[in-house]
Design a protein around this ligand. Structure first.
Ligand SMILES: C[S@@+](CC[C@H](N)C(=O)[O-])C[C@H]1O[C@@H](n2cnc3c(N)ncnc32)[C@H](O)[C@@H]1O
Length: 267
């Protein structure tokens, strides 16, 4: 595992419980829209990559029914443990693993909601997932559109710097996701991956940043990783400074729009 993967895993491990609470506002509506595009049918086999606590894996397991099979894979053990509590869905198989080396293939549907941009090599990881679909299988990958969610991360970074007296975090180095986070470049990038019939659906979502939800956005998502370096006794001050900065800068709404890219594996 690379350092970056260990960092991602640590952030999501810590966030597992709050992740589910935030899910009602964020992950579940986004996943519902993505599952509607993937359209898993009774008896089908689905790979749900980067499944988290199951926002898309659970509805998919219900749709494929008892004759179907869903492999839900995530790097975070606490999230997988949480998913395993759904014992009413024997067709759902939750696995604690790195999906970029997942060996099983031949799936009717391969899907990943808000996962592919975490891969150390986004293109190679995505190509691997596509290769897990059977020829003609449906592939659906969901990413954030443009700057969605990022303003919350920037305000959090500033609040942490202010409270802990450390330098403001350096801007993240350029990443492929910055180039493909609009519908047309995303469609072009997916077509370059060899997918046929590529379509990108824009799913608009706005979060109303009440203090409760604004803090849940931090503790229930990957942003939580930024709190790992904050001494426990300073976390409350970070929360207050972050919420105050949202008020001061008029950030009452947070864009959470996603792009749902779909296509079929052509060969
Ligand atoms: C933003 S969450 C999305 C979770 C879920 N798909 C949802 O929509 O609620 C991203 C997830 O990707 C997982 N992840 C990142 N890289 C991974 C990898 N290489 N293999 C498996 N899971 C990974 C993280 O552990 C985290 O749970």
């Amino acid at each position: 595992m690379t350092d970056r993967q260990a960092e991602i895993r640590g952030a999501f491990d810590a966030a597992a419980a709050d992740f589910t609470a935030l899910g009602h506002h964020l992950w579940e509506p986004i996943a519902a829209a993505a599952v509607a595009v993937a359209d898993p049918r009774p008896g089908e086999r689905v790979l749900d990559a980067c499944c988290g606590t199951g926002a898309s894996a659970l509805p998919s397991a219900r749709l494929v029914g008892p004759t179907g099979h869903v492999d839900a894979v995530d790097l975070s053990a606490p999230m997988i443990e949480q998913l395993r509590t759904h014992t009413d869905l024997p067709q759902l198989h939750a696995h604690h693993a790195d999906v970029t080396t997942w060996a099983t293939d031949g799936y009717d549907v391969v899907q990943s909601a808000l996962g592919i941009f975490f891969f150390p090599d986004m293109t190679a990881g995505t190509d691997h997932l596509i290769s897990r679909a059977r020829p003609g299988g449906r592939v659906v990958f969901t990413i954030w559109q443009g700057d969605a969610m990022a303003p919350a991360g920037r305000q959090l970074g500033k609040a942490i710097a202010e409270v802990t007296g450390t330098p403001q975090p350096a801007p993240r180095p350029p990443h492929l996701i910055d180039r493909v986070s609009q519908a047309d470049p995303y469609a072009a990038w997916l077509s370059e991956r060899g997918l046929a019939g590529v379509e990108v659906t824009v799913h608009e979502l706005t979060l109303t940043m009440t203090p409760e939800l604004a803090w849940l956005v931090v503790v229930g998502s990957g942003f939580r990783g930024a709190l790992a370096t904050v001494p426990a006794e300073q976390v409350e001050a970070v929360r207050e400074t972050y919420l105050e900065s949202l008020r001061r800068d008029g950030l009452t709404e947070l864009d959470a729009t996603t792009l749902i890219g779909s296509g079929t594996r052509s060969h």
